[in-house]
Design a protein around this ligand. Structure first.
Ligand code: FAD
Length: 452
């Protein structure tokens, strides 16, 4: 019988358990639904990346992929009827929005079964539990248990995969960046591009990953986050080559990279157990801390005009490239929470809109980690100093000069302190909106008060 494969965060054909399950049942109608509810929260770069992945997927299905716009609870059952599909296959979705949506779709499908096989994670959220049966609250024991699960070897495209006769499809919409002057050059989001980048990373970058991963001035990380976000590669597919890479790159580098993939699984697991933690504090420890109301300072932060060079470079990289280096995500997030005294969701929402890898679990729990309200939190009293951090992780100032043109005339690491450089403000770089030393003391004062 014909079955349907409803693609969501799994826009690929290789190593795809749900597609394999659908193919085993007979010819497959491949479908992607453009859900206006989801697109509303995405900025132009994120939307561009999604549409790019859909366009490439359509190409690799030889045009068989059916694209429709609308509420999935209406579109999916209608397509199932049009195709005479006996079942609809998906990769399990674990975000609060995805779970609610799938419940509605399941109800609307009636007798046609919604079959979930696999998920966008190495280990499906909810599966790893401690000996007492509870979910893990901190990363290290989760990671040990995660490693013990082991994982199967990746598989290619399902054997015997046949597409069902086509039904009407919309065109993939044009990218919102088409025709926009100065639109950023973005990497292709496709299965082939994911494989190519991963090969380059393993061959050339993995060996120095333990140190270079903290250097925003270098291309030292995998840059696979957009691929993991849209599922142009499955994380399990990345694990097998790692074992073989260990002899060249070193066990430490391999373990470091593997543990980053496990962090992604961990945060998804936390969200599975605590869906409420997406937009509110996971832990009540700072429930009474005093935050300021967002205003002009939030706008300056969003625009990359705080007067702190590494913060501004990061915020402009976010707007320009739809990506920000992990170290700088931590620095800019700390600045919002501890220098501007704003509640983390104000910053998390801006990140989510613009990051091409924007993901509610990794993003919002990354924010909570910095804010001291999440799992394994960084202690609240640890306040990042943007100047020290800049000098340490961008030691020649190249990262700042790349993203902040008004400071390109300042040589070396002094670019992190334009107030010490004669002529530092000659090209319009803004003055500091707050004094870091003062705000650090203020953050600690509020923290002590909240702790009683
Ligand atoms: P690499 O260093 O090459 O890591 C490989 C992969 O491991 C990443 O692609 C990602 O899938 C995963 N990973 C790495 N670090 C983390 C982490 N700390 N938490 C969870 N997964 C991780 N990551 C997102 O994918 N989406 C987000 O929306 C997101 N928002 C963040 C917000 C803040 C405030 C912070 C501090 C971190 C956030 N991260 C997020 C985690 C991390 O910054 C990015 O995954 C990483 O920068 C992506 O670049 P990369 O693929 O080159 O990473």
């Amino acid at each position: 019988a014909t079955s349907m494969l409803w693609f969501r965060r799994d826009l690929r054909l290789a190593d795809h358990p749900a597609l394999a399950a659908a193919a085993a049942a007979g010819p497959v109608l491949p479908v992607f639904v453009l859900d206006p509810g989801l697109l509303a929260s995405a900025g132009p770069v994120r939307t561009h990346c999604l549409l790019d992945a859909v366009r490439h997927l359509r190409r690799s299905t030889d045009g068989a992929l059916v694209v429709r716009t609308g509420d999935p609870a209406e579109v999916v059952p209608r397509l199932a009827r049009e195709a005479g599909a006996g079942s609809v296959h998906v990769s399990a979705e674990t975000t609060p929005y995805g779970r609610r949506r799938d419940d509605r779709v399941r109800a609307a499908l009636g007798p046609v079964e919604l079959v979930a096989t696999g998920s966008p994670y190495v280990v499906t959220p909810g599966r790893i539990r401690s000996a007492s049966g509870d979910p893990y609250q901190v990363f290290s024991p989760f990671y040990r248990a995660w490693l013990e699960q082991g994982w199967s070897e990746p598989e290619g495209r399902p054997r015997g995969l046949r597409w069902a006769p086509p039904v009407d499809s919309e065109e993939v919409p044009a990218s919102p960046l088409d025709g926009v002057p100065d639109a950023p050059e973005l990497p292709e989001v496709s299965e082939a591009a994911a494989q190519e980048r991963y090969q380059l990373f393993v061959d050339r970058l993995l060996g120095s990953y333990p140190t270079d991963r903290d250097r925003p001035d270098r291309d030292g990380t995998s840059q696979l986050s957009v691929h993991l976000k849209y599922g142009t590669v499955h994380p399990r597919t990345l694990l097998a080559p790692l074992r073989r890479a260990a002899s060249a790159a070193g066990e430490k580098a391999v373990d470091r990279f593997r543990s980053e993939l496990a962090w992604r699984d961990f945060y998804a697991d936390v969200v599975w157990h605590r869906p409420d933690s997406v937009w509110s504090d996971l832990k009540p420890t700072l429930a009474t801390i005093e935050y300021d109301e967002p205003g002009e300072q939030l706008q300056a932060w969003c625009a990359g005009r705080t007067g702190y060079p590494v913060v501004d470079a990061g915020m402009r990289q976010l707007l320009g490239a739809g990506w920000m280096h992990n170290r700088v995500r931590m620095i800019t997030a700390s600045f919002l929470v501890k220098d501007l005294h704003l509640w983390w969701p104000h910053g998390a929402r801006h990140f989510l809109r613009h990051l091409r890898d924007g993901d509610v679990a990794s993003n919002n729990h990354g924010w909570q980690w910095v804010a001291g309200t999440g799992t394994d939190p960084s202690p609240y009293f640890r306040v990042f100093n943007p100047v020290t951090q800049g000098r340490k992780f961008d030691p020649r100032g190249d990262y700042v000069r790349r993203w902040v043109p008004e400071l390109r005339h300042v040589p070396g690491a002094d670019v992190h302190e334009p107030w010490t450089v004669e002529g530092g403000y000659d090209h319009g770089y803004p003055q500091r909106i707050v004094d870091h030393g003062h705000e650090r003391a203020e953050a600690l004062r509020r923290y002590e008060l909240a702790r009683g």
